[in-house]
Structure formats: structure tokens, C-alpha cells
Design a binder for this molecule. Structure first.
Ligand code: PBG
Length: 286
């Protein structure tokens, strides 16, 4: 992904956040690339893990000037690359939903302990939001909100992220827990369930290819904050076309991002965030 970087936990990370704050960006979602992987994602809940350490350092350096959201999943931390505990039986496998959500709650708790402002469970396991909410509440973190990846589709547009995070599943795929792109009704059911389980912010992902879902979710749940995630493949398409001189990067990014807001998103997560803020300062957009 040209112009997108993986930061080590050192002054490069701090510099990036400083520059972002200067641009007017003060909310960050963290994804980790761990030192080690195993089949139960131990490195995801390690108090010395990449997310826990970076969260601590960012909050110690910037305090309330920034909001740190931690993505909570296991795919970057498991040797098999799945978003939960996998039971392998010969040539078949099964994701153990109920064991997985206990694991996700432990990871979420370790992120809250490290100082995360918002926890963002992205595994799409059934009941994961409720399990995390209960665990946070029982441990004195009742004020930490949950941003749930409520309707996350099994999308081809995650490819560049998986390359960057080494999180492509070693076998199988994520269609057992992520949603079928043909299904819109299920998105509403998933959002409803996450709200019932205690989600504070719900999300549709990807964004550009699912504007209809964003709009439907907003229409059905108008009083809930809705986030939309413009994902790595959506970023890369615009980037590649503009590098080739086929489209104007600034105008197309601003048009797409505006469309996501127009569809009903209150929050847009985008790899273009810093660029957008710089472009808006230049004016001359529409
Ligand atoms: N926890 C899964 C996860 N975390 C981030 C992304 C993709 C984000 C992007 O493409 O920008 C995904 C999706 C997946 O691999 O199934």
C-alpha cells in the first residue's frame, strides 16, 4: 500500500502521531504485528504485546489529546490466521465460537488495562460484544466503549491488509464468521444483536462497496453512532489508478469519502485520513 507504513514502537510512531495531530487527526485505531504467533493467540493478550506497549506509550505521551482505539482480534496473532480458536479434525476444521469469545474478552481486557480508550472487536464471533462488555464491567472498565465491527463482510478487499499484517488464513477462509456479500438483511440483524449486547458504536465494513448497507443501517438505527471502514483494497484501487494517471487522486478520494458520509456514516476509518485533512486545507474541492 503506497504511502501507508507499519510503525515500530519508537520515535517514528510518536512522530507520525504528532504530524497527524497537526493535520487535525486525533483518533487512531491500532493493529499489531506480534513477535510470535501460536494457535491460541497468546501474543494478543500479553501485557508486553505490541498493542499493549504501543497503547501505553501513545497514551503516556499524548494523554487526552488522542483517542486510542484497539482493534481486538486474533488473526494477526494466531499461527493459523483465524479470528478465534480452531479445532482441526483431519482435513476439516471448525472455529469454536464459545471458546473464542472467552479468548476475545481476555484480549479486550488486556487492551483496556494498557489504557485503550475504545475497544473494537472485529472477529464477528457470535456473542463476542456481550462477553467483552461483561468482562470489562466486572473489572472496573464500565466506561470503556465498544466499537463493534457489526456487519463485516467476507470481502476480497482485505487482501492488501492481510499481506501487510501476515494474517491470511493458513487454511480455509473467513466465510464461516464474516458475512455473505449478497446478504443485506443479515447486516441489520447483526447490528441489532450488537446493540443488544452493549455496543456503543456499530460498523459496516467495507465502506465504498457497501454504501447501501450503511444507508440501511443508519435508517434503521438512527440514534446509534455508525462507523464505516474504507478498507485496504478500496484504498489500493484508488491509489493504483491515480499512480497510473487514470484518475485524479484528490478529487476521487474526497468524492468517495463524501459518499460514505452521505450514505449515513458518522465516522469514517480511512488510510487516507491525513491526506484528506491536507487536501481540505487546500480547498478547491467541489
Ligand atoms: N481482524 C480481521 C481484520 N482486521 C483488519 C482487516 C482488514 C482491514 C483492511 O483491509 O483495511 C481484517 C479483515 C480480514 O482480514 O478478514
Amino acid at each position: 500500500m503506497p504511502d501507508v507504513y507499519r510503525y515500530p514502537i519508537n520515535d517514528k510512531l510518536i512522530k507520525f502521531i504528532e504530524l497527524s495531530i497537526e493535520n487535525g487527526i486525533n483518533k487512531f485505531i491500532l493493529f499489531g504485528i506480534p513477535k510470535y504467533k501460536d494457535d491460541i493467540a497468546s501474543s494478543a493478550m500479553d501485557s508486553n504485546g505490541v498493542i499493549q506497549r504501543s497503547t501505553k506509550i501513545i497514551k503516556e505521551t499524548f494523554g487526552d489529546k488522542v483517542l486510542v482505539i484497539t482493534d481486538e482480534c486474533t488473526d494477526e496473532y494466531t499461527s493459523h490466521g483465524h479470528c478465534g480458536i480452531v479445532r482441526v479434525n483431519g482435513s476439516s476444521y471448525k472455529v469454536d465460537n464459545d471458546e473464542s469469545i472467552k479468548l476475545h474478552a481476555k484480549i479486550a481486557l488486556s487492551q483496556a488495562k494498557a489504557g485503550a480508550d475504545v475497544i473494537a472487536p472485529s472477529s464477528m464471533m457470535d456473542g463476542v460484544v456481550g462477553e467483552i462488555r461483561r468482562t470489562l464491567d466486572e473489572n472496573g472498565y464500565e466506561d470503556i466503549p465498544i466499537m463493534a465491527y457489526s456487519s463485516k463482510y467476507a470481502s476480497s478487499f482485505y487482501g492488501p491488509f492481510r499481506d501487510a499484517a501476515y494474517s491470511k488464513p493458513a487454511f480455509g477462509d473467513r466465510r464461516g464468521y464474516q458475512m455473505d456479500p449478497r446478504n443485506k438483511e443479515e447486516a441489520l440483524r447483526e447490528v441489532y444483536l450488537d446493540i443488544e449486547e452493549g455496543a456503543d458504536i456499530v460498523m459496516v465494513k467495507p465502506a465504498h462497496t457497501y454504501l447501501d448497507v450503511i444507508s440501511e443501517v443508519k435508517r434503521n438505527f438512527p440514534s446509534y453512532t455508525l462507523a464505516a471502514y474504507h478498507v485496504s483494497g478500496e484504498y489500493s484501487m484508488i491509489k493504483a489508478a491515480s499512480i497510473n494517471g487514470w484518475i485524479d487522486e484528490k478529487r476521487s478520494v474526497l468524492e468517495v469519502t463524501t459518499s460514505i458520509f452521505r450514505a449515513g456514516a458518522d465516522i469514517v476509518i480511512t488510510y487516507y485520513a491525513n491526506k484528506i485533512m491536507q487536501w481540505l486545507k487546500e480547498g478547491d474541492v467541489f
